[in-house]
Design a protein around this ligand. Structure first.
Ligand code: SAM
Ligand code: CA
Length: 247
């Protein structure tokens, strides 16, 4: 029993080195998923963008390849056409989205940092999908407030991916619920927050993990009781909660 616990702890320790990439209990299992069904089917531009992003100092922020594959299929399944992304970084999830949308599909993408978006942009252009993207530089909140002010935007989005400042998700939600159509989806990313949502109060957590943890916990509680949506929390990547607007 003691040996087993020790083994579990060392697994968890090794696992943390993978960062946000997976919450699976074994790195080997995660590698198996990547090597068997993700990398062999990854579109060439996504591979190029993933490899380019891997050289960037903040590469821990990128969407994992398995989550990119998941988003790409999800968007096709729901026939998404008009979409939004909050938190672009170098654009891996953005490219997964752009590749899934029809030729006349649209993504309103926003990030406070244009530089990182521009790092990935040549790959997105080469993939022939840049015309689907409208990038807005700046904090998301005032952009969302302006969208909400114009009634014609209400109920107009098929899919919204939220992958930015976790302390604002709950505030974004009140705006996004108006902008997404009834039957449409909002995906909140990192809702398992590196597994810290179940960490004991005295657990040794990195400073930023500890800081955002309470906001993620608060969001998860709020989504679970929100009658305007149906939810499904998936252990993909760092956890993604899909919210389907029902009223
Ligand atoms: N989805 C991206 C990908 O696939 O690589 C990863 C996004 S990264 C986890 C979070 C991003 O949110 C960063 O690029 C950061 O600049 C952006 N961000 C942080 N605060 C923001 C805000 N208030 N409004 C918009 N973007 C914000
Ligand atoms: Ca994320």
């Amino acid at each position: 029993m003691a040996a087993n616990t020790q083994d579990q702890q060392s697994q968890a320790g090794r696992h943390q080195e993978v960062g946000h990439k997976s919450l699976l209990q074994s790195d080997a299992l995660y590698q198996y998923i990547l090597e068997t069904s993700v990398y062999p089917r990854e579109p060439e531009p996504m591979k190029e963008l993933r490899e380019l992003t891997a050289k960037h100092p903040w590469n821990l922020m990128t969407t994992s390849a398995d989550e990119g594959q998941f988003l790409n299929m999800l968007l096709k399944l729901i026939n998404a056409k008009n979409t939004m992304e909050i938190g672009v970084y170098t654009g891996y999830s953005l490219l997964a989205t752009a590749l899934a949308l029809p030729e006349d599909g649209k993504i309103l993408a926003m990030d406070i940092n244009r530089e990182n978006y521009e790092l990935g942009l040549p790959v997105i252009q080469k993939a022939g999908v840049a015309h689907k993207i409208e990038f807005k530089e700046g904090p998301a909140m005032p952009i969302l407030d302006a969208l909400v002010e114009d009634e014609k935007n209400h109920g107009s989005y098929d899919f919204i991916f939220v992958d930015a400042d976790k302390d604002n998700y709950i505030n974004y939600h009140e705006r996004l619920i108006k902008l997404v159509k009834v039957g449409g989806l909002i995906g909140y990313d990192n809702t398992l927050w590196n597994g810290s949502v179940v960490a004991p109060p005295d657990a040794p957590l990195r400073k930023y993990v500890r800081y955002y943890r309470d906001f993620v916990l608060e969001l998860n509680k709020a989504l679970a009781v929100d009658p305007r949506i149906e939810i499904c929390m998936l252990p993909v990547g760092d956890g993604i909660t899909l919210c389907r607007r029902v009223k």
